[in-house]
Structure formats: structure tokens, C-alpha cells
Write a protein that binds this ligand. Structure first.
Ligand code: AHR
Ligand code: AHR
Ligand code: AHR
Length: 482
């Protein structure tokens, strides 16, 4: 059985079922998500390999070979057409795309294996989000519902709000109690749990809640496993938060009881839109990774949720490599040789804190060679990727800021570490490497008018221009000039 068969057996059926990694019904063999590639903007549906099975990641890899791909739709497997697409602008924020829509996620930012078979999750960077404002069967008002999601316990931030669940149909904050969604992260504006986080909490609008009190519930623990199962459910005068490790063990109850101690939440005023990766008003500062999740009609029992958790554990989520192409070895010293025709006498180099391209060769003065040379370090923000420390300015690393590459001293912050973490992959033009930004996996090292950026093909910035994209993002990562 799949998670939705289990919920149905408890008379709390799925009314939305989203999973880019696998089918969530035993009998489901249809489309899981749609990708769009950069080379010709063509789209392709990715389905399960078999009924109830894992996604056909090989079909994505083949369709996206030598180009970029984003996730344009996360299909609803429940049959209710509650599909998720990039979210429209909201009361708090417009997204970066034209019309104020949020960014679609990279199709390759969150690879995993399920029982050894490769699949891809949905890597949400700030600015990325999905929504459906015209749903069918999702709870409204004070009606009962449940939901769970499988998330990456190591990808989070303190921004508002990496959510999955029930939100406003107007994309605006219409008041307390108008949302009921899973939240995951370290936001401390409203509630918190114990330790430093990240925590599973509930976004009930105008607040992230860990329990009855507005502030801390010490029974809501810091959740540190690589894969996290998060569950929230609500019915009249009762709600609960539960969580656990998606790879082993059961679910624990972090809160179960009456609605929060504040006006507006009892009764609830749920509106029935579905969001992923954003707040109810399209607040787009949150980050996280979503692999699978559902929303139910009716309040699932703990026993049903425990069976769903056992099903998730049996799916055997595991990590896999985020890199490909020629090896970029930790400890080696490298220089990034441009491959764009007309620019092959150039390397990426820094001039103070600016990252530019520079005409340099083995016969250049050592200062010029040093500015184009970097020591490969274990990724500051993710150990499966790498960071690049300047050879002539030790302690300073290549990082992106506002998507512009800079050379900055490591300030020890989470955002610096993540902005300085890159995942080399096989070069998009068919040679060398393309260097993907770990935290913004639609974006890659690119030179544009001889300045360094992290660029997404056809994205909203001038330096995202599609012209010469594959060549501009492809570098020969060579033994360093200095
Ligand atoms: O409740 C927290 C957030 O507050 C909601 O997600 C958003 O709509 C509002 O800004
Ligand atoms: O480069 C994109 C973002 O810009 C970085 O992640 C952040 O530090 C800055 O605001
Ligand atoms: O960075 C040099 C060139 O500037 C790039 O190849 C091109 O995209 C832009 O015109």
C-alpha cells in the first residue's frame, strides 16, 4: 500500500497527493511532475516507473541532458486536479518571474534514492514557491484535515516561510486562522521549540505555532535527521503537530490539544488553497526541500499516521551525490578556464572582492596567476559539494551575493557558508564542468560581459540571458595557474 491507501483505510482519504519522488497510491502509475528544459522550452511529464513505484528519474536525466530543467508542475495524484504550479504574486511579495510569479524549482537540486532508485525532490530556494488557489476537496472553515510531508532536515532557514499545506485563496493575509500548514525551519518571529531548531511547527496565519502558547513549546524538539517526516492536523477545537525521522523509527507527538491561546484560531477559517515553499501571503524568504506530502479530508488517527510513517521508512530515502562530470577534488588547487569562443584566453579571477574574467597564462606575473587560483575545500554549507578559497587571499572564498560572484572573507554565518557552496556537474556544453550554486540550483557560475555571476538560463536578470548560456557556464577546471 501507499500512504494514500493507508489514509483511505482510516476514512481520512487524501484530497491532494504530491510526490516528485514516488507514487503515493499502490495503484498510481501516472504523471508525478512536469519539467521544462532551457534549450527549447519543451516540457515533459515524469511518471512513476511502475504502479506505486519510484519516479522515472532516468527519463528526466535524458530529457534534460546537456541543458537546464525546472519543475513546472507537481501533479496531484488524488484525481482531484490539485496540481501545484509556480505561485502568483501575493500581499507580502511578488516573485522574481514575469507577472510577479515565483520561481520554479530546479529539477536537479535535490537528488535522492528510494530503495536504491534515483529520484528528485523539490529544492525550494528563497523566491521559489508553488500554489493552487482553486482546489477541490481541501478543508475549509473549521473542517477537519491532516497532512504530512517528507523534507530535508538539513535544508532550512529562518525566513518566512517554508510551508506545505492549507492557505488563503487570495494570496494575501486575510487574518489569524486562515491557514493550516506544515512549517519547517528556524524562524523565531513567532513560536519556537527547544534548542536552536529547525522545528516542525504549524503556520496558522499571523503566527508559526509549536503548541498552545504563542511562544515556546519545549516539547517540540530540534529536528536534525537528514530526512524529516512532519505532520500537522486540525479539527474543531483540536489540533496536533507530530514529527520523526523519515529513515527510521516512528512519529512523536510534539503537541496535541486545543487551539492556540490567541484570538482568531478557534474556530478556524481555513480557505483551502495549497501552498508549497511560501507563506500564505506569498512571503518568499523561506528555503527547504520537499520530497512528498499529502493533505487529507478528515482528522487522521495517530495510528494511521504511524502506518504512513512506516511506509515512508520502508521507501528507504537515502542521500546520493550532488556532483557529476570531471572530479573537482577537495585539497586540489584549480583555475577556471573559460570555454566561450573568443574568450578562451581568459580565466575567472578576482580583483579585490570582484570576480571577473582575466587574460592570464602560465607566463603571467605571479600576482595575476594568484588572482585566478583557488583551493578546493569541502563545501562550507554542504559537505557533498565544494567551496573555493582564494590562493592569494586565504580565508576568502568565492560566494554569490544578489547572484553576483564576489570574493569575501568567511564570516562564519549560515548564509555565507551556503552562498559559498557549489556543486560541480558535467559541463552543459559537453566538456569540462558547470558549477552549480548549492542553495540556488537553477543557477551556475557564469561570465557575462566578463563579470562573474550565478545565472539561470532565461531567468529574470540581464545576466540570465539565454545567448551563449551553455558556453558561458562551462569551464575547464584545470590545475591552478599559481
Ligand atoms: O503566519 C506566518 C506568516 O505570516 C504567513 O505564512 C504569512 O501569510 C504571514 O506573513
Ligand atoms: O546571491 C543570492 C542571495 O543574495 C544570497 O543567498 C544572499 O546572501 C544575498 O541576499
Ligand atoms: O563574458 C563575456 C561575454 O559577455 C559572454 O560570453 C556573453 O554572454 C556576454 O556578451
Amino acid at each position: 500500500a501507499g500512504p494514500c491507501d493507508i489514509y483511505a483505510s482510516g476514512n481520512t482519504p487524501c484530497v491532494a497527493a504530491h510526490g516528485t519522488t514516488r507514487a503515493l497510491y499502490n495503484s498510481y502509475s501516472g504523471r508525478l511532475y512536469q519539467v521544462q528544459r532551457g534549450s527549447d522550452n519543451a516540457k515533459q511529464d515524469i511518471s512513476a516507473l511502475s504502479a506505486g513505484g519510484v519516479a522515472n528519474a532516468a527519463a528526466q536525466d535524458s530529457f534534460c541532458s546537456g541543458t537546464t530543467c525546472v519543475i513546472t508542475t507537481i501533479y496531484d495524484q488524488s484525481g482531484r486536479n490539485n496540481h501545484l504550479t509556480p505561485a502568483p504574486p501575493g500581499g507580502a511579495a511578488k516573485g522574481p518571474q514575469s507577472g510577479g510569479y515565483d520561481n520554479p524549482a530546479s529539477a536537479i537540486g535535490a537528488p535522492v534514492t528510494l530503495n536504491g532508485q534515483k529520484a528528485y525532490g523539490v529544492f525550494i530556494s528563497p523566491g521559489t514557491g508553488y500554489r493552487n488557489d482553486a482546489t477541490s476537496g481541501i478543508a475549509t472553515g473549521d473542517a477537519a484535515e491532516g497532512m504530512y510531508a517528507v523534507l530535508d532536515g538539513t535544508h532550512y532557514n529562518g525566513g518566512c516561510c517554508f510551508d506545505y499545506g492549507n492557505a488563503e485563496t487570495s494570496n494575501t493575509d486575510t487574518g489569524s486562522g486562515h491557514m493550516e500548514a506544515i512549517y519547517y525551519g528556524t524562524c523565531t518571529i513567532w513560536g519556537t521549540g527547544s534548542g536552536n531548531g529547525p522545528w516542525v511547527m504549524a503556520d496558522l496565519e499571523n503566527g508559526l505555532f509549536s503548541g498552545y502558547n504563542l511562544k515556546q513549546n519545549t516539547a517540540d524538539p530540534t529536528q536534525s535527521s537528514r530526512f524529516v517526516t512532519a505532520a500537522v492536523k486540525g479539527e474543531p477545537n483540536q489540533w496536533a503537530i507530530r514529527g520523526g525521522n523519515s529513515a527510521s523509527g516512528g512519529l512523536s507527538t510534539y503537541y496535541s490539544g486545543t487551539r492556540p491561546n490567541a484570538a482568531g484560531y478557534n474556530p478556524m477559517h481555513k480557505e483551502g488553497a495549497i501552498i508549497l515553499g511560501i507563506g500564505g501571503d506569498n512571503s518568499i524568504s523561506g528555503q527547504g526541500t520537499f520530497y512528498e506530502g499529502v493533505m487529507t479530508s478528515g482528522y487522521p488517527t495517530d495510528a494511521i499516521e504511524n502506518s504512513v510513517q512506516a511506509n515512508v521508512v520502508a521507501a528507504k530515502y537515502a542521500v546520493t551525490s550532488l556532483t557529476s562530470g570531471p572530479a573537482v577534488n577537495v585539497g586540489s588547487k584549480v583555475s577556471f578556464h573559460l570555454t566561450t569562443p573568443g574568450y578562451t584566453d581568459r580565466y575567472l579571477a578576482h580583483n579585490g572582492s570582484s570576480v571577473i574574467t582575466s587574460i592570464v597564462s602560465s607566463s603571467s606575473p605571479s600576482s595575476a596567476r594568484g588572482s585566478a587560483s583557488f583551493t578546493v575545500r569541502t563545501g562550507l554549507g554542504y559537505s557533498g559539494c565544494v567551496s573555493f578559497e582564494s590562493v592569494d587571499t586565504p580565508g576568502s572564498f568565492i560566494r554569490h551575493y544578489d547572484f553576483v560572484l564576489e570574493l569575501n572573507a568567511n564570516d562564519g554565518s549560515q548564509s555565507f557558508a551556503e552562498d559559498a557552496t557549489f556543486c560541480p556537474q558535467a559541463g552543459l556544453s559537453g566538456t569540462g564542468n558547470t558549477i552549480r550554486a548549492w542553495g540556488y540550483p537553477t543557477r551556475f557560475f557564469r561570465h557575462y560581459y566578463n563579470v562573474g555571476y550565478v545565472a539561470s538560463e532565461g531567468g529574470p536578470e540581464a545576466f540570465d540571458s539565454t545567448t551563449s548560456f551553455n558556453n558561458d557556464v562551462t569551464f575547464l577546471v584545470q590545475a591552478s595557474l599559481a
